[in-house]
Design a protein around this ligand. Structure first.
Ligand code: CC7
Ligand code: ZN
Ligand code: ZN
Length: 244
């Protein structure tokens, strides 16, 4: 985990991750703090084979301008950008164009090999890694996509609590591991809050790991039921859909 913090956290970096599989690396969201977090882990943008964006908030896309510029002018390579088809225009027009456009014609395609993803359609993003985008509620009228990785690992984008979805993912889709954003203090208007997550049955809590939390997270040690916190800069090994 590059970071496990909320958008406003200062002692934790933005909730971004590296997914490594068969020698390839996917950057999972690229927030404002991603360049710094990579640097502290001794990694460079050149080590990323692709980046996947869940939704357009700065803690998930704010590092993309530096990523694009470094890849173009330092590493001289076009990385793959995986993103929902519905977000492509918005990402360029509303987030990146101001910094990246240098002449009239320069677009997202000049910096990234853009691979649009469709929701509910699994795609193999790296050899051995399938990803299905699930549109989950975050901000009204603003698309945000959680991820189903290799059919077994649910990684929430920012989303409000949806206990029924989690139940269905476990009982009908065979999900065996859940990393979920968690706002520690209610009310979770645009995120799942801890009291809501604590209403999950224990058998689901057992497989839930909490992330995207505020700086006061240490105060909540021992107050998360059967759920555990995802830890920043920790490497998690996942085999057959389970942490090992
Ligand atoms: N309608 C909104 C929009 C945003 N926010 C806060 O701003 C943050 C943006 O990044 P985030 O990680 O989605 O968390 C959002 C809320 O803290 C919020 O609380 N309500
Ligand atoms: Zn966020
Ligand atoms: Zn968000």
């Amino acid at each position: 985990m590059l970071g496990t913090g909320s958008a406003f956290a200062k002692t934790f970096y933005n909730n971004n991750a590296l997914l490594e599989i068969n020698g390839r690396t996917l950057l999972l969201d690229c927030g404002i703090t991603a360049p710094r977090a990579l640097y502290e882990l001794g990694k460079t943008f050149d080590e990323m084979d692709a980046v996947l964006i869940t939704h357009i908030h700065a803690d998930h896309v704010g590092g993309l301008e530096e990523f694009a510029f470094q890849m173009k002018f330092v590493y001289r390579r076009k990385p793959i950008l995986y993103i929902a088809d519905t977000l492509i225009e918005r990402l360029w027009e509303h987030t990146l164009k101001g910094g990246l456009q240098q002449d009239e014609n320069r677009t997202l395609d000049d910096y990234f090999e853009v691979h649009p993803l469709k929701e509910n359609q699994p795609a193999e993003l790296l050899p051995g890694l399938s990803v299905e985008l699930l549109r989950t509620p975050h901000i009204p009228n603003k698309a945000s996509y959680s991820l189903l990785l290799n059919e077994t690992f649910f990684y929430s984008a920012d989303m409000v609590f949806d206990g029924e979805l989690l139940e269905r993912l476990v009982s009908e889709r065979g999900v065996s591991l859940i990393f979920h954003d968690c706002q520690l203090h209610p009310p979770g208007v645009v995120h799942a809050d801890l009291p809501n997550l604590l209403t999950l049955p224990e058998r689901i809590q057992e497989i839930v790991y909490l992330m995207h939390y505020d700086d006061n997270q240490p105060e909540f040690a021992g107050r998360t039921g059967r759920m555990k916190f995802v830890e920043q800069h920790k490497v998690y090994r996942i085999e057959n859909g389970k942490l090992v």
